[in-house]
Design a protein around this ligand. Structure first.
Ligand code: XBP
Length: 258
């Protein structure tokens, strides 16, 4: 492979456990504020994650409820609840209640040190991204990334590859010189359809989900334990995953496809 030029980060589930501990809680707070009795428990929300996009997820759920608002009012209702959800979400992450997943910051710092550019490719909105990253990377968080493509920047959300294609175009690089970091099958499908190799750091909701087409799958970037293929031999297993490991996996992918 040509040298790794960019890491493209997914956000929800990959940078932080924002689905279980953030969006889900914030949706429930919005339901309460809108005086509806529904609450999404962890299990129900996990099943709903098959639908990407918060508004789309809520609309899907309404389609299964007998007590949902009438069809003609649904769009406006969903918009209103989603807006409120995002306000609660910004408060939750703004208070620093949701940490970055272990291993994320060390890999980001290594990218900066070695001039490997970074990008964001996410289904969530720029406001939600900003709320999360300014707490952890500071008010100049955007300077860490060459480009951030968010939900409002695309016509079709993941698993559609548009978000990755846009990120590649903005970076001006060949997909095989980038690597995506994802946590879930929809994200893997989006990156693969754009020909970007993917490393999967499984999140709580996708701990056992079948993953196809990734160059490596593991439990988190903070450890070299339990990665398939194995992380760099001889390195301390307690060390986080680094650029060397990612380049090894890319090289293995390249040699197995000859
Ligand atoms: C994950 C998603 C998002 C969030 C909610 O995006 O599916 O929909 O659950 O975000 P990714 P919004 O993994 O690509 O970061 O409510 O802002 O849509």
């Amino acid at each position: 492979m040509a040298r790794l030029k960019a890491l493209i980060w997914d956000v929800d589930g990959t940078l932080a456990e924002t689905e279980r501990d953030g969006h889900r809680i914030a949706f429930n707070m919005a339901f309460e504020e809108c005086a509806v009795p529904w609450r999404w428990d962890e299990e129900r929300y996990g099943a709903l994650l098959e639908i990407t996009g918060g508004r789309e997820r809520l609309m899907f759920d309404l389609g299964q409820r007998a007590d949902a608002p009438p069809l003609g009012q649904r769009d406006a209702w969903v918009r209103e609840v989603h807006l409120r959800k995002n306000r609660f979400y910004a408060d939750l992450v703004g208070e620093g209640r949701i940490a970055l997943r272990p291993g994320v910051l060390p890999l980001m710092l290594q990218c900066r040190e070695h001039n490997v550019r970074m990008a964001i490719a996410t289904t969530t909105s720029r406001d939600n991204l900003q709320a999360l990253l300014q707490v952890h990377l500071g008010t100049r968080w955007a300077d860490w990334f060459a480009i951030a493509i968010c939900g409002e920047d695309v016509q079709a959300k993941k698993p559609d590859p548009e978000v990755y294609r846009k990120a590649l175009r903005a970076l001006g690089i060949d997909p095989l010189t980038a690597v995506a970091i994802e946590d879930a099958p929809a994200g893997v499908a989006a990156a693969r359809a754009a020909d970007v190799p993917v490393v999967v750091t499984r999140s709580a909701y996708f701990a056992r989900a079948p993953i196809e087409g990734a160059i490596a799958v593991g439990p988190g970037l903070n450890t070299r334990h339990k990665w398939r293929p194995c992380a760099r031999a001889g390195a301390d297993p307690a060390c986080p995953i680094g650029l060397d490991d990612i380049e090894d996996w890319c090289a293995q992918m390249a040699s197995s496809s000859i």
